[in-house]
Write a protein that binds this ligand. Structure first.
Ligand code: CA
Length: 371
């Protein structure tokens, strides 16, 4: 069995970076690299691919319609090559995918979709709040589903060759979706790596697990109505061995997993492993489990994370970002996560203060920027 993102190496850092890229798709209009280009080399690759699609059972007409408005996406190749840049702590990852804001939005989304989520739970045996948490982590409850053409993205990555055979399988599975009539070429969109809809299914997972929950004959994970997408996620977990009535795990005082040294510890049960079948990363499964508990009404983690490797706590990193912004160095939203934007702001501040330009946060910089 493949896992849903078997193509993503299962290290914590890489999984966390990838998840971030997938929950924060760049709007297509803002990046010329995401406008399809019908380059000669890509077109030649497509011509070479067509007979393979035909022998996989895809009709010529479906292939022609699928590629009619598709093209090479330079921005997709760029993202594929840049995903291993830096290692994130679990605390940072939680801030990105399961922040207090994400908890609040989750409780609202849960309330709005409660009857559907409960019907899905009754059918598939997966708790409503776990499905809602995956929805929150994957697309911010449907807000960030991605608008990049899947045929363009997967054919670009298949042609690019670094993981060519994996993406050619995704491309062929995407064409099968069109052949079956589940959606149209224009609506077949997703993130840069071809993950689609509310809960970011890749095409082969869609083929294996997607369900038509509302019974209209189409497995529509792209529409504003999340019913089919949420039920498909529950179906995936059910078929991956979800054990009814068991918890995923929970925070413990001792033993268990401790993703960040000095930070909270977690006991994990069999269903933790089932969540990892969805995305093979401890951080991912812990974030989903934690967010599901929060959506169901639990409070924040009891243990604190303590200072990071720069000697700053989350609250101090957020204060640093606020002070950078107030001093005219835009560090973006003060989420306490020191990413590329914050590092650039720190470098600019360091330059203007006449100190060594490292891009690293520090207690000294926090003091230098005043209160
Ligand atoms: Ca449907």
């Amino acid at each position: 069995m493949f896992t849903r993102r078997a193509f993503v190496l299962s290290t914590l850092a890489l999984a966390a970076c990838t998840a971030e890229a997938q929950v924060r798709p760049v709007p297509r209009g803002a990046d010329p690299g995401l406008v399809p280009q019908r380059t000669a080399n890509w077109l030649a690759w497509v011509e070479g691919y067509k007979p393979r699609a035909r022998s996989a059972g895809i009709d010529a007409g479906v292939i022609d319609r699928a590629f009619a408005r598709a093209g090479y996406l330079a921005g997709v190749v760029e993202r594929d090559r840049n995903q291993t840049e830096f290692k994130r702590s679990f605390e940072d990852y939680l801030q990105l995918v399961a922040s207090e804001e994400r908890v609040r939005l989750g409780r609202e989304a849960f309330a709005r979709q409660r009857s559907k989520l409960e019907a899905i739970e009754a059918r598939h045996g997966v708790p409503a709040e776990v499905v809602a948490a995956i929805w929150g982590v994957e697309s911010r409850y449907g807000e960030r589903r991605g608008d990049i053409g899947v045929v363009s993205a997967t054919s670009t990555l298949a042609y690019d060759g670094r993981r060519g055979s994996f993406f050619e399988k995704q491309l062929t599975a995407a064409l099968r979706i069109l052949q079956r009539g589940d959606t149209t070429p224009d609506r077949l969109v997703g993130s840069w790596a071809g993950a689609m809809g509310h809960t970011q299914f890749i095409p082969t997972s869609y083929q294996a697990y997607a369900v038509d929950f509302d019974g209209d004959g189409r497995r529509d994970i792209w529409s504003d109505d999340p019913s089919d997408a949420l039920a498909s996620t529950a179906a995936y977990l059910e078929r991956s061995g979800w054990r009814r009535g068991e918890r995923w795990g929970g925070e413990t005082g001792s033993g268990g997993l401790q993703p960040d040294p000095g930070g909270p510890r977690f006991a994990t049960g069999r269903n933790f492993g089932v969540i990892k079948r969805y995305n093979n990363s401890d951080s991912y499964a812990l974030a989903v489990g934690y967010l599901s508990d929060r959506i169901a009404g639990a409070g924040p983690l009891e243990a604190s994370f303590g200072p990071d490797r720069y000697g700053l706590t989350l609250a101090e990193r957020q204060e640093l970002q606020r002070r950078l912004g107030a001093a005219g160095f835009d560090a973006g939203k003060p989420d306490g996560v020191i990413g590329t934007g914050t590092r650039e702001a720190i470098e600019a501040a360091q330059r203007s203060l006449g100190v060594a330009v490292t891009g690293d946060p520090s207690p000294a910089l926090l003091r230098a920027l005043g209160g």
